[in-house]
Design a protein around this ligand. Structure first.
Ligand code: HEC
Length: 242
């Protein structure tokens, strides 16, 4: 309930023009995605508590942080907000050169393990190794080359092993970044494809270990699995890069 009040107090204090950056950014003057704050929002929050008015945005709070340049774009929070620009977004500022060099707030201390928990890095291993392994498996079959087939096998094995790191880090990243794991969301689709692909990878590897890979079904499963791995990666990439 406090939330729209903060926006109302903020916009009333600076009387933003309807088409100004700040008016259009609305909540994003202080938030990246609510309730997460950008650096201006963090400073607002800290100052509200310091001044003994937690949750309440007073003119005193705003005035006391006007000389700071929270988004480090060269313009102070006050210069930006008074001119209708977003003090929490470095890309939004008045045209021309900044008036003064404002004190810069230090970056908030970095987290030891970033929220994505290295999931977007780790997933490249299962994707690249497994798909390349599948490619070599087909190549070795057509060229009747056991060396190529051996190399293929180890690529598939390490692709499968890397999946064991990709799945838990994926869950941790979704949790820490606040993605809801509800059916119908892009994250859910990515998750379902990822787990499905991992199960298929295991099936391929077990089948491959038995040596009974002369059946066409093995090759169909291998192709489908490589596609599923690629699709899981594609939808994961969409989450990160849009
Ligand atoms: C001027 C900065 C500012 C603006 C603009 C702003 N917020 Fe906030 N918001 C805050 C601060 C500071 C807090 C933390 C309040 C606290 O800890 O008492 C907060 C808290 C929240 C929370 C956490 C829930 C809560 O009540 O603690 C949500 C959700 C939220 N804001 C959403 C929004 C939305 C949606 C908008 C746009 C209508 C918005 N905020 C606009 C500064 C802002």
């Amino acid at each position: 309930m406090a939330t729209p009040e903060i926006w109302k107090a903020f916009s009333a204090h600076y009387s933003f023009a309807p088409r100004s950056d700040a008016a259009q950014a609305r909540c994003m003057n202080c938030h990246t995605t609510p309730p997460q704050h950008n650096d201006f929002g963090k400073l607002v929050k800290a100052t509200m508590s310091k001044q003994g008015t937690p949750g309440k945005l007073t003119p005193d709070v705003l005035q006391s942080i006007e000389a700071v340049d929270s988004d480090r774009d060269g313009w102070t929070n006050g210069d930006e907000a008074r001119a209708g620009f977003n003090p929490g977004d470095a890309k939004s500022h008045p045209p021309g050169q900044p008036r003064s060099k404002a004190p810069v707030v230090p970056h908030s201390s970095p987290e030891l393990v970033p929220r994505h928990t290295f999931h977007p890095v780790i997933v490249h291993f299962p994707i690249a190794l497994f798909i390349f392994g599948a490619f070599l498996e087909f190549l070795g079959k057509f060229r009747r080359d056991d060396v190529v087939r051996n190399v293929a096998f180890w690529n598939l094995v390490f692709g499968g092993l890397a999946t064991l790191a990709a799945i838990p880090t994926g869950f941790i990243a979704a949790f820490r970044l606040g993605y809801p794991l509800t059916p119908g969301t892009p994250v859910f689709l990515h998750l379902a494809l990822g787990i499905g692909a991992a199960a298929l990878m295991l099936a391929v590897l077990f089948w491959r270990r038995t040596g009974l890979v002369t059946k066409p079904a093995y090759w169909i499963l291998l192709a489908v699995t490589a596609l599923a791995v690629g699709a899981a990666g594609h939808f994961g990439g969409q989450l990160v890069y849009g």
